[in-house]
Every structure is written in C-alpha cells, then in structure tokens.
Ligand binder design. Structure first.
Ligand SMILES: NC(=O)c1ccc[n+]([C@@H]2O[C@H](COP(=O)([O-])OP(=O)(O)OC[C@H]3O[C@@H](n4cnc5c(N)ncnc54)[C@H](OP(=O)(O)O)[C@@H]3O)[C@@H](O)[C@H]2O)c1
Length: 305
C-alpha cells in the first residue's frame, strides 16, 4: 500500500565519483534464477519492476550460478526490444566470485556475466567479497575490463575499513581518475544492522563513495505484521508499511543506495513508494527508530550473509 498523503516528490539519488547520479533505490536479485520453473515469472517480475520505474538492478555470478543474470538479461532484452527502455536508462550491477578474482579470472568471469546479461558493458562490477587473491591482481583485471569497455565502473563488497585502506593504498587505486577508481562498497546495512554507521559509512562519505545497502529489510524480517513494533508505529503514523519505513530510513541517508529484492508485484510497488516516504520521516520518527534500533556506540564486526 503506498503511503497516504505523500506526493511522489524528488527521488533520492546517489552520486558516484566523477558525478554520475543514479537512483538511491535498486532491485536485488539474490535467490532468482535458481529454478527453471520460476524463470518466466521472475522475468515477468523484472519487467514489471522496470515498468514501475526501477532503474538499478543488482546481480552476481553467484546468484543461481548465473541464473539470476540470465533472468535480468532476458527481462532487459525484452524491455529494450519493446522500446520501453534505453540502455543508458538502467544501471546494471554484477559481482565476481573471489575465487575468480585473479587478473585473468576476472576477465573471463566478466565475459560470462555480460553474455548472460546480454549487455556489451556492465555498469558496475564488484568483487563479491575478499578472498585469497591479492587485491592488486583483481584491480589489474578491473582496469583491463575498463580498457576493453566491458565494465564502466568497479567496486567492492563486504569490505570493512581496514580492507578499504589496503585497497586504496594500491598505486593503481590511489592515483586513479574518479571513474577509474573504486566506486562503491556493498555491505549489509539495515535498521537491524547499523554497525556501518560507526566508521564505514563516514569513511565512504568522506571520500565521496556511495554505500550500497544489501538486505535492507533484513531479508523480510523488517516487513509485515511481524515487524518490530517501532517500525509498525512509525508506519502507522504515515499510513505506510514497516518495509517502507525500513527502506526510507536508509534512503534518507546521504550517500546510501538500498537494494531490496522482491519478485512479488505488491512488494515491488510497496518498496518503490519508500522513496517518497524518505523525505517525510521527521525527528520524532527518527527518535523512535533510534530507540528501537540503537546507533552503534563502538566498532562492530561487519555483518555478512
Ligand atoms: N554483496 C553481498 O554479499 C550481498 C549479500 C546479500 C544480498 N545482496 C544483494 O542485496 C539484495 C537484497 O538483499 P536480500 O535479497 O538478501 O534481502 P532483502 O532485500 O532485505 O529481503 C528480500 C526478501 O524480502 C521480501 N520482501 C521484499 N519486499 C517486501 C515487502 N515490501 N514486504 C514483505 N516482504 C518483502 C522478499 O520477498 P519476495 O521476493 O517474495 O517479493 C524477499 O523474500 C539481494 O537480492 C542481492 O542483490 C548482496
């Protein structure tokens, strides 16, 4: 149900290094592409999402072992063919497995991903999490992918501040032009997992890097009738839903993009409306949410799933 009394005003955006602006709300695709039986309905869900207005899609070679990328590719190809969407309108994110993250491995994995996505270039390509391959090798692979035009930007995921320090100290990263350096860090960030607010989010903000928040509704735990009372109370005050409040709390933070996953049309529509709610949360709402989901008072280990 869309929040009542809230006009669809300015939609929150994030700004990537170099000035590229993209919506602060994107669509996750984990758990998609895992079953051939669900394929058609998942492609249809993606098409519906694009019709609603979703313009950022987050995927990974890991999801359904390429199946999610195939779902995204089929949906995008259909939308392009129907003239419903231009390539530049949509921002497609994918990720490489750490065990494919050698210089040569990154190039081979990216080629497989862009074929499944049916795209010449992936807009943002992330190292899914840190593995045993030296970061310098992975960065060299990303640089080669940019030279070939197979990716537009690169970034990382599940990196804490110490990992980012190490990454950004590499000469190829430290001296890179804005669009050629690390563009983002994708981590678990939700009202239930606020640890990143202690140091990681400020660190990224200081350097002008957006944070991509995964599991923004804690995989459904912050949604529906079983959501924590504070969310239900704030939602009731705005004629909104708990999931919309959970998303709006993130979307109203500068430099944060949230990427909830949904295949059900009702969820896609409901979550889309969270952008309008982001501007409507007031100090009383924030105080209620902070009381129920306290800000971190000390460094916490990075949450991961
Ligand atoms: N980089 C990483 O390591 C990493 C890790 C985890 C996730 N991710 C990315 O982040 C995305 C989001 O995380 P996630 O999928 O784990 O969790 P999530 O987005 O927090 O939650 C997704 C779940 O919530 C349900 N849902 C969505 N909107 C809802 C609503 N309005 N009301 C009730 N239920 C709702 C979905 O149901 P339906 O699907 O049935 O609609 C789905 O079961 C992933 O899909 C993936 O793209 C990245």
């Amino acid at each position: 149900m869309p929040p009542m009394g809230i006009v669809e005003a300015a939609r929150p955006e994030v700004v990537f290094p170099g000035g590229e602006r993209r919506p602060a709300l994107g669509l996750g695709t984990w758990r998609m592409g895992e079953s051939p039986h669900a394929r058609a309905s998942e492609v249809a869900a993606l098409r519906t999402a694009l019709e609603i207005g979703w313009r950022v899609v987050d995927s990974a070679e890991m999801y359904g072992e390429g199946g999610a990328e195939e779902v995204v590719g089929e949906a995008l190809a259909g939308a392009f063919a129907a003239g419903a969407l231009a390539r530049d309108d949509v921002f497609v994110v994918s990720k490489v497995y750490p065990h494919h993250a050698s210089r040569a491995g990154v190039i081979a994995a990216c080629d497989r991903s862009r074929r499944r996505l049916r795209l010449d270039a992936i807009d943002l390509y992330l190292l899914h999490w840190r593995g045993s391959v030296p970061l310098a090798q992975t960065v060299a692979g990303f640089a080669e992918l940019q030279r070939r035009g197979w990716i537009r930007r690169w970034g990382v995921s599940n990196f804490d501040v110490a990992d980012l320090h190490e990454l950004c100290a590499l000469p190829d990263v430290a001296d890179a032009a804005p669009a050629a350096g690390c563009a983002t860090n994708q981590v678990w960030y939700s009202l239930g997992q606020r640890g990143v607010e202690f140091d990681l989010l400020p660190w990224l903000r200081e350097r002008g890097l957006p944070l991509m928040a995964y599991c923004p509704i804690d995989q459904g735990a912050l949604a529906g009738a079983a959501a924590p009372a504070a969310l239900r109370e704030v939602a009731a005050r705005h004629g909104a839903t708990p999931a919309q409040v959970a998303l709006a709390a993130l979307l109203s933070q500068p430099g944060v993009m949230a990427i909830p996953k949904a295949v059900r049309e009702a969820h896609l529509r409901e979550n889309w409306q969270a952008m309008a709610l982001a501007a409507a949360l007031d100090a009383a709402d924030r105080a209620r949410l902070d009381a129920a989901f306290p800000r971190p008072a000390r460094k916490l280990p990075l949450a991961m799933t």
